[in-house]
Design a protein around this ligand. Structure first.
Ligand code: CP3
Length: 356
């Protein structure tokens, strides 16, 4: 077992303290999709460069990851990439289409299709190692040390793109495989668990201080199906990172019914989507977990005082959990006004509790 050590500056980071279940002096904040189309500086550096191309360029990854940290002074950076990037890196023919999402040229249907996908090695993603190293160097000097979050897609969410061939509403082909071809499903989920685990391991070994596993579409499963067909593979991914000694966040959308099961997958902190009342989520998870979330990303379009009133309630509720990281309850909407996120960051970071 290899323990990855955290520098002294980072040890006092409110974000890492909250993940460790220690009570930081204030609630830390970052935003899912904080880098991206809501930022004019992002649109500028991305001009004429495809999404996947940007994700394979260490210099661009570094710049785009730092942009929201510079602008907002958020308490964590999240590595700029995508959940399908590791598939692209091992040779799967796919693209990320603007306004659509990941599109796969030859969807996976058979055991032979699964066997044709290579496992991921660090040599496939040398630009990731380079970008993480650059970033941790730069981030050490920002606001007394800002941690970097590494991330990967969880097996179910990545499998949904591979099997459907693109984004889906019903996940009919994915579920047809899950229920009708359990051997293919098992092989595919193992394959992706290996790839996502390796992708996280590369980021952690290069210096990421925490990881988030995105199972964005797991909420499409019933609890029983999640437990049987999804959870074991997510557990494997999280266990691999656990062995490296970094804290883990596990997030899904529309996941209210799955919270206790998602908690049992191994992460210290569970991300709560915006539909789920935070106090209810804390009750479901019990005392053993920190929580992350969960302001409705659309509230950023409301008058500032309405947004901040709701943010205050979330901070107060978060204080009753083992640890709380303030975030939106899903990603930043591309048309978001960055000035609203700047006000929200300022509000969370300077929030004074109503009572001691
Ligand atoms: O959070 C961050 O700031 C880090 C970057 C990040 C991206 N994708 C960049 C991106 C992260 C963490 C992701 C994860 C991701 N990608 C998820 C899980 C999180 C979630 O939103 O639930 C999923 C489901 C994907 C797949 C994907 N990639 C989608 C659905 C889309 C949006 C398609 C669109 O254009 O509306 C993408 C593309 C993508 N990934 C963009 C960004 C900034 C937009 C592409 C662009 O800027 O051209």
């Amino acid at each position: 077992m290899v323990e990855i050590s955290t520098s002294d500056a980072l040890a006092s980071s409110p974000f890492l303290q909250a993940l460790a279940g220690q009570k930081p002096s204030r609630t830390p904040v970052w935003f899912m999709r904080q880098a991206g189309r809501s930022l004019p500086e992002y649109l500028k550096v991305r001009e004429g460069i495809g999404m996947l191309e940007s994700c394979q360029n260490a210099e661009l990854i570094t710049e785009i990851t730092l942009q929201p940290v510079r602008r907002y002074g958020v308490d964590a950076a999240i590595f700029f990439s995508d959940i399908v990037l590791p598939l692209k890196a091992v040779g799967v023919d796919l693209d990320i289409k603007p306004g659509v999402g990941p599109v796969i040229a030859n969807p996976v249907r058979t055991l032979a299709d699964v066997a044709a996908i290579p496992d991921l090695t660090p040599e496939h993603v040398t630009y990731i190692t380079e970008a993480v190293q650059n970033l941790t160097g730069e981030l050490a000097g920002i606001n007394g040390g800002t941690p970097l979050i590494g991330f990967a897609g969880a097996p179910f969410t990545v499998a949904s793109y591979l099997v459907e061939g693109g984004p889906s509403k019903e996940y009919a082909k994915t579920k047809a495989m899950m229920f009708g071809a359990p051997d293919v499903w098992d092989a595919l989920m193992r394959k992706i668990a290996g790839i996502s685990g390796a992708f996280l391991e590369v980021q952690v070994r290069a210096g990421a201080s925490a990881v988030q596993l995105f199972d964005s579409w797991a909420g499409a499963c019933t609890p029983a199906d999640y437990e049987r067909h999804v959870l074991p593979y997510s557990k494997d991914v999280l266990a691999r990172v656990g062995e490296l000694g970094v804290p883990r966040i596990h997030f899904g959308v529309n996941s209210a019914m799955l919270l206790p099961l998602m908690g049992s997958a191994g992460a210290e902190v569970v991300g709560v989507d915006w539909r789920t009342p935070l106090d209810w989520a804390i009750g479901q998870l019990g005392d053993g977990f920190g929580v992350q979330g969960n302001l409705d990303p659309a509230l950023v379009f409301a008058p500032t005082e309405v947004m901040l009133e709701q943010a205050g309630k979330i901070i107060e509720t978060g204080r009753t959990a083992k640890g709380h990281v303030f975030n939106l309850g899903h990603g930043v909407i591309p048309t978001t006004d960055p000035d609203q996120l700047a006000r929200l960051t300022e509000f969370v970071q300077s929030y004074e509790p109503a009572e001691g």
